[in-house]
Design a protein around this ligand. Structure first.
Ligand SMILES: C[S@@+](CC[C@H](N)C(=O)[O-])C[C@H]1O[C@@H](n2cnc3c(N)ncnc32)[C@H](O)[C@@H]1O
Length: 492
């Protein structure tokens, strides 16, 4: 009687729902077990598959884009996490409990990997069953033949039947990745890049025009998916302000702009909305600082909040650090205190030229008369090369007699952007023009990073030529501030 009930049920299901029951039933334990239990299992299996009718073929064929969120979320601007819930079908393979750990280890490549989802689950028999189910990645296993030779060998070795069945899985917002969520929400065919830079608890993004209406949702998703991020901002201008800080608007999360970060093990704090900070420069900061020796003098012309100055002082250098932005200057002092190096760093809030021609000019003769290594750091890539002219005739041979004959000349690290085909040549040419001295053959050029497809950040390093430092004065405009001041005093 049971047999004829099965047959009737199959015929109805196969014709009305276009289901391939052969494939649904194949993995079921056919021999053994009571007929009643077998029917119960079949009905459960049918229930779990009826939403996704199978094509009429031997092996299940699965859509590799099954993780796509429900289409109803398209265009959502206010995040409704519940709307992402869905039930999908994924492949699975029955593995005896006694070998499950060993087999799973060897099937890592094809095992389901979803945030927050278990990949080894009880099969229908629950705890009592001698088998467990390993859920598989539907983008890797589309049929029972999709295992690699090695994986198939593992299955044979552990006497696991190479048969893939399908299983229902509840997928929620928590199980989706950022990009999957955004791809489902943002207009189809448009770029969904969710890249961001992280500064402490702040993620900063550069949204394109078509992404702006979704700004709040994008921000919420980033906060949800990245532990530690509690504030997401969007840059609303390019970085061309004098102080190199961004205009920004908060997309989501708390409006708290004071960030705490560590760079190369050194702690820094600053108001990210008021100052310049770029996490992509940590390697460059480390590169330059590693060339310094204990007791050296560092003259940081565009110091920001101290990513060269503070580690240099921690390394045992004395530092004069300057920044024109009063907020940068304030946080620079704060970071010196934070790192307990205030006694080693003297800070200034001046224009870079005034800094070179004022406090630096005052100290330079004494420094050059000593054995101390002197290093200028000039990181304002958009303009720093132009500031090199501040070194022209900075010292006067007659006034700075003790130093003019010595060879302890300062080293300069000056940064610039280049869009030329040969950025090294371009950097050397521009630095030479600014100094009025041909640097070719007397400098090294380091490529710092690629800023944009056709824009490199470079660093040219050289020993400041004596001819520049003690050069003849062409006219009174070029005279160093110190000397000009003396003349003006005389006129008074
Ligand atoms: C690109 S940031 C570099 C900051 C830091 N040295 C670093 O490596 O992250 C340039 C810094 O130069 C400062 N600045 C801009 N114009 C200046 C000027 N004319 N004189 C002195 N500092 C200036 C900005 O406020 C900013 O902090």
């Amino acid at each position: 009687m049971l047999r004829s009930a099965f047959k009737g049920l199959f015929t109805v299901l196969e014709t009305q729902h276009c289901l391939n029951l052969t494939s649904i039933l194949r993995p079921l334990p056919c021999g053994g077990g009571s007929p009643k239990r077998a029917l119960g299992t079949i009905l459960v299996r049918f229930k779990s598959t009826q939403l996704t009718p199978m094509p009429r073929q031997e092996q299940p064929s699965l859509d590799p884009e099954l993780y796509r969120a429900p289409s109803a979320v398209r265009g959502m601007t206010c995040l409704d996490r519940g709307a992402f819930a869905q039930t999908i079908t994924v492949p699975g393979i029955r593995i005896p409990k006694v070998v499950i750990n060993k087999v799973v280890k060897r099937l890592k490549r094809v095992a389901l990997k979803r945030p927050g989802l278990k990949r080894v689950v009880d099969e229908d028999g629950g705890e009592e069953s001698e088998h467990k189910l390993l859920l598989l990645d539907p983008t890797k296993i589309t049929s029972s033949d999709a295992f690699s030779e090695e994986e198939a060998g593992t299955l044979r070795a552990f006497e696991v039947a190479q048969e893939v069945s399908q299983h229902e899985l509840k997928l929620t917002y928590d199980n989706l990745k950022t990009e999957e969520i955004l791809r489902a929400v943002l207009p189809e065919g448009q770029d969904v890049t969710s890249g961001f830079s992280r500064v402490g608890h702040i993620a900063h993004m550069n949204l394109r025009d078509h992404q702006l209406p979704y700004g709040n949702l994008i921000g919420q998703v980033l906060i949800d998916k990245n532990p530690g991020i509690t504030c997401v901002v969007n840059k609303t201008n390019t970085i061309d302000s004098t102080y190199r800080n961004f205009q920004m608007e908060v997309l989501a999360g708390e409006n708290k702009m004071v960030a705490k970060v560590r760079e190369n093990g050194v702690p820094f704090e600053f108001d990210f909305s008021q100052v310049y900070w770029n996490p992509r420069l940590s390697t460059e900061h480390e590169r330059v600082v590693s060339t310094l020796n204990r007791g050296d003098m560092v003259l940081d012309v565009f110091a920001g909040v101290g990513p060269f100055a503070v580690p240099a002082a921690r390394r045992g250098c004395m530092v004069l650090a300057n920044d024109l932005n009063p907020e940068s200057h304030r946080w620079l002092k704060h970071n010196c205190q934070l790192n307990k190096v205030s006694s080693k760093v003297t800070t200034f809030n001046l224009d870079g030229r005034e800094f070179i021609r004022g406090p630096v000019r005052e100290q330079l003769p004494g420094l050059l008369a000593s054995e101390v290594g002197v290093h200028f750091v000039m990181n304002l890539p958009a303009l720093a090369l132009e500031f090199l002219d501040a070194f022209k005739s900075l010292l006067v041979p007659e006034l700075d007699k003790e130093t003019s004959g010595k060879s302890n000349l300062p080293k300069v690290h000056c940064y610039g952007f280049s869009k030329e085909d040969d950025p090294k040549k371009d950097m050397v040419a521009r630095a030479s023009a600014s100094l009025g001295f041909e640097l070719e053959g007397h400098c090294s050029v380091h490529m710092v990073r690629n800023v944009a497809p056709n824009k490199e950040m470079m660093c040219v390093s050289f020993t400041l030529p004596r001819e520049v430092l003690y050069g003849a004065h062409k006219d009174s405009q070029d005279e160093p501030a110190a000397k000009r001041q003396k003349c003006e005093e005389k006129l008074d």
